[in-house]
Write a protein that binds this ligand. Structure first.
Ligand code: SF4
Ligand code: SF4
Length: 254
């Protein structure tokens, strides 16, 4: 039996909690790491109390399902008393400059997000997609209405991005650096949770991240989920960079 398999079998929520205490969310900064550590500890406490099978806890942390559950609850709670940036958001249906992914990567997403996005888009393979509107647009976009065709499966980064000025978004989509757009502060917490899960599971289980735009284009180009995930898998370091970017781009915390 390999050392990783032996560790995986032995890893109870209590063991993972002890590991999480020592782990750091690389790139997220100490305040976000501390918040993520507290949230992960609470998640593991709940898992222990409810007797969730350790293998399920481990797989949920590795795939990003755990971060998704916690991050969604955090975002929903924040939106109940929205910060000014949310109240003043200019976002509207068909306004899609933020879906022009000029950097090519489109955002750092977890395996759970990648699989959901691929599943939602695969049935649309071969249909006209966002790249017909703009060559750098996300392939999930409808080129006519400029609505997201994977709205319910869109990753957290799409749910967290907002702007008080659509004109600024247009400028930024052309390579400018206009102010007004940013990511909800809860997005950093979401990424920090996943980064902490990665450090906690080091030597036990792989925690990968993926390029959102590559998953979307692979799905509409008819690739299998396995091939898209293989092609979209990030090199180590992308999650750390994404945490740094989220810290820089944070707007409003509830
Ligand atoms: S983030 Fe910008 S481009 Fe996207 S919907 Fe909001 S205002 Fe429009
Ligand atoms: S998944 Fe949807 S919301 Fe996100 S970038 Fe693509 S089209 Fe836009």
């Amino acid at each position: 039996m390999s050392a990783a398999i032996a560790k995986r079998r032995a890893a109870t929520p209590a063991d993972l909690k002890a590991r999480a205490k020592r782990a750091r969310a690389q790139g997220a900064g100490s305040a976000a790491t501390d918040r993520a550590r507290r949230m992960l500890a609470a998640y593991l406490d709940t898992a222990e109390r409810h007797g969730l099978p350790p293998a399920k806890v481990l797989s949920d942390m590795a795939s990003g399902r755990a971060a998704w559950q916690i991050g969604t609850a955090l975002r929903d709670e924040m939106l109940r008393t929205p910060p000014e940036a949310v109240k003043n958001a200019a976002c509207a249906a068909g306004c899609a400059f933020c879906c022009i992914l000029s950097g090519g990567d489109g955002g750092t997403i977890t395996e759970t997000e990648a699989r959901r996005l691929h599943d939602a888009l695969a049935p649309l393979a071969g249909q006209p997609d966002g790249r017909g509107w703009h060559p750098a647009a996300c392939a999930a976009l409808d080129p006519e209405t400029r609505a997201c065709r994977a709205y319910d499966a869109r990753p957290m980064i799409c749910r967290s991005f907002l702007s008080t000025d659509a004109g600024a978004c247009r400028i930024n989509s052309e390579g400018g650096e206009a102010k007004g757009a940013g990511l909800l502060g809860t997005h950093l917490d979401y990424l920090a949770l996943h980064a902490l899960a990665r450090e906690t599971l080091k030597g036990i289980s792989r925690v990968a991240t993926y390029s959102m735009s590559r998953i979307a284009s692979g799905a509409v180009d008819g690739e299998t989920a396995g091939d898209s995930l293989d092609a979209a898998r990030h090199k180590p370091g992308a999650l750390e960079d994404a945490c740094r970017d989220a810290a820089r781009a944070a707007v409003g915390r509830g």
